[in-house]
Design a protein around this ligand. Sequence first.
Ligand SMILES: Cc1cc2nc3c(=O)[nH]c(=O)nc-3n(C[C@H](O)[C@H](O)[C@H](O)COP(=O)(O)OP(=O)(O)OC[C@H]3O[C@@H](n4cnc5c(N)ncnc54)[C@H](O)[C@@H]3O)c2cc1C
Length: 228
Amino acid sequence: MVGQRSEIILENLSEVESEYKVNRQTKIEEIRQNPDVSVLIIGAGINGISTFRELALQGVDVLLVDRGDYCSGASAASSHMVHGGLRYLENAEFRLVREALYERNQLLRNAPHYVKPLPTTIPIFSWFSGLLNAPLKFLGLRDKPGERGALVIRIGLMFYDIFSRRNQVMPNHKFALRGKSLRQRPQLNADIVATATYYDAWMPYPERNCKELILDTQTLSNTAHALN
Ligand SMILES: Cc1cc2nc3c(=O)[nH]c(=O)nc-3n(C[C@H](O)[C@H](O)[C@H](O)COP(=O)(O)OP(=O)(O)OC[C@H]3O[C@@H](n4cnc5c(N)ncnc54)[C@H](O)[C@@H]3O)c2cc1C
């Protein structure tokens, strides 16, 4: 029985493979016969794919090519974070953080099957550390990271909450004093004074998201073609 089933699966696989080869060959022939495109995008990582999609949805005829598989470069090998850039607040990059948070929230709304909330807890070991560092970094007079105390973290997270309000999808941050933090997470270092928990997001399978963007774009547009 097992042998029979694996034969059927292999047969189906080779059918899919030959259908894929036919489709691909047809596509290559079509492009050879009609090689003029308004835009050729080289590299199907997330940047190439996003550009491909934006142009195609605006009616531009576009060809996306990759020398390897789609999404096989940095876009598949990232840390899988979809974050708003909390630490950039210290460099006063408010516009960047606001935009990153907006895009993060849009991804959570539009692709909940790929982008997941990521609750993150920061253990905090002092109340006032970093009070001087933060303004110096903010003014560009210091660029080394230092320890951040409860007050600095609280201010940063309040800004983070405010900047994500435009299309908010996740709860605001929560602050807990030592006793409550240790009750909730007994494995934490007992030297903490508090913890702060905030939400970012992560993407477990970026390749799937990239692939879906390509397939979806080709379904929506007759003049968008992709080849790997
Ligand atoms: C270690 C690391 C961790 C990261 N972590 C995160 C993170 O957690 N969150 C986050 O948002 N960002 C993260 N980044 C950044 C993010 O991964 C990149 O900004 C993003 O993936 C870049 O996408 P890309 O499309 O420009 O490049 P790539 O994904 O590298 O795509 C380039 C594509 O071009 C193709 N190509 C190259 N040369 C040619 C050629 N001559 N002809 C045809 N095709 C070609 C390659 O095959 C590849 O598929 C991280 C980056 C690194 C290095």
